[in-house]
Design a protein around this ligand. Structure first.
Ligand SMILES: [Zn+2]
Length: 187
């Protein structure tokens, strides 16, 4: 398996409750995945071989003024587990493409436009702005293909739920496993 973000960055996984951690309580919403902060343009890799199921728009200024346009890739692993790689600037794969472990899927995007963040925007957005975390890979994991349009879901968060939807999985153990046994990048 391969760590999903390139570059010589510290490989940090937020601990439960920390900003960017799985199911972080953001007041009116909960975080659906984990955030791996990296500069915009950093390569994003398939952690394992798999097949691209879907690609679509993840955020845009039309949905929310402080968002940039970013994209998502839905990748199915041989185990059946489904990963959503989101907040990408660029997608370098196509639907139905079979990718190898370590293959580049896309590039990290700048999801947050700090100059457009207003004092009335959600506190977790203010924290991201203050920490200069405007670009990241947002990674989610599912046991079934997530809906492209889900009224409970927006921009990597679920609204109105106290526990994760049944099909949503915490990707943290997978990332911890990769840190233990990482294979070198092949592309
Ligand atoms: Zn996120």
């Amino acid at each position: 398996m391969t760590w999903p973000v390139g570059g010589d960055l510290p490989r940090l996984i937020a601990r439960p409750g920390e900003p960017g951690s799985f199911w972080q309580d953001r007041g009116d919403r909960h975080h659906a995945g984990v955030d791996l902060y990296a500069p915009a343009g950093t390569s994003v890799y398939a952690i394992q071989a798999g097949r691209v199921l879907q690609t679509y728009v993840h955020t845009s200024p039309g949905i929310c003024p402080y968002w940039n346009s970013t994209y998502a890739i839905v990748l199915q692993l041989p185990s059946g587990l489904i990963l959503k790689y989101a907040e990408l600037a660029e997608i370098i794969t196509t639907v139905d493409q079979v990718v190898t472990c370590g293959q580049i899927l896309g590039k990290v995007g700048q999801v947050l436009l700090p100059s457009r963040v207003l004092p009335t925007d959600p506190p977790y957005i203010q924290l991201l702005k203050d920490a200069h975390h405007s670009a990241m890979l947002h990674l989610e994991a599912y046991t079934a293909v997530p809906l492209e349009y889900d009224e409970r879901y927006l921009g990597g968060n679920y609204f109105g739920l106290t526990v994760p939807p049944a099909e949503l999985v915490n990707p943290t153990p997978i990332l911890e496993e990769i840190l233990k046994y990482e294979a070198p990048h092949t592309s």
